[in-house]
Design a protein around this ligand. Sequence first.
Ligand code: C5P
Length: 397
Amino acid sequence: MNKNLKILLIISGGIAAYKSLELIRILKKNNIKVQVILTKGGEKFVTALSVASLSEEKVYQDLFSLKDESEMGHIRLSRENDLILVAPASANIMAHTAAGIAYDLATTVLLASNKPIYFAPSMNVEMWNNPITQKNIKTLKENNYNFIGPESGSLACGEHGNGRMSEPEKILKYIMETNKKKINLNILVTAGPTYEAIDPVRYLGNKSSGKQGIEIAKAFQNLGANVSLVLGPSKENVPSNINTINIQSAKDMFEAIKKIKNIDIAVCAAAVSDWKIDSPSKNKIKKSDTDKPKINLSLNPDILYYLSTNKKNRPKLVIGFAAETEDLIKNAQEKLNKKNCDWILANDVSKNPEIFGGDNNSISLITKSNIEEWNTITKKEVAEKLASKVIESIEKN
Ligand code: C5P
């Protein structure tokens, strides 16, 4: 456990702010340094004096405090802490963050932060269920913000449902778990489809969305690893703190990967086109009633095979994916041997065509000695499970 963690706690306006005092107390008890920003709304529920007494630190309230801002306080506050925790997080502060609006010290710090951010929401059930709030939360999650709670139960307003801020103990536990130790590994993740040009406007592609690979990159990034994501054309959002190399074709992907040095773990989740067009036309191929265009294909480089058989710099673990429509296990085992990789995550795309672009996945994890089934779970869960399995295996060997 990281005993010297430094947290910037933002207390926004909500009745649960009274729990934040207890939260400061238990964070301090666990040797965590806590600096606090109290928003105008937060001030209505707890006083700066009680926050300062418990945190034993100055409390920050004003964006335009001359003294603090002469030291660029909003940047400094984020940089000198390991993470930002917003508890309670009102619908309002999350809406502003999701929209990138900085109007006070708290929202300015959140926008200028380069550190992990955790929200512990607290609000009325209807505010929580409001599609606008849910849309904001989706945006925040897509951008790698973390959420603790809310819990369901009776609310301060007398209503019942989702919206209670998680208890301080639970918040502490979550923060400790996710900040255990930073892993010192270079991770390569390939994701998305590749597009092989036929002419300047047409291409040979596939249905991969890139979602699973992006989630894997996020999971390793959240563990503090050094991630390089080589991503084919994808419409999915990638958090800006992930080092992403955008490519189009398999050849581009191959060239990008060859430039990445010292890869410890390679996860090849991309659906790389097996074929490329021999000589793509420089100009758009004109339609003709008499001539059908002929397309000659040649094999693309196999990136997974290249990484697995790279004698000089083979990563410690090379992990591939296998999307199969028949004989899942047999084909995946054959692929494991043929490509000389260590693990294969196999999915049967005939049973569940929604795997392409969907949020869920069913995986058989195949190693040289074992098969493990991960039945329908979210792509985020697959990613987190894979990341912790990788770490476990590296620590064992
Ligand atoms: O041979 P197949 O395409 O089914 O293998 C799938 C696995 O190989 C995936 O992990 C994919 O990312 C990887 N692959 C690759 N380069 C290719 C083709 C596939 O890395 N040219």
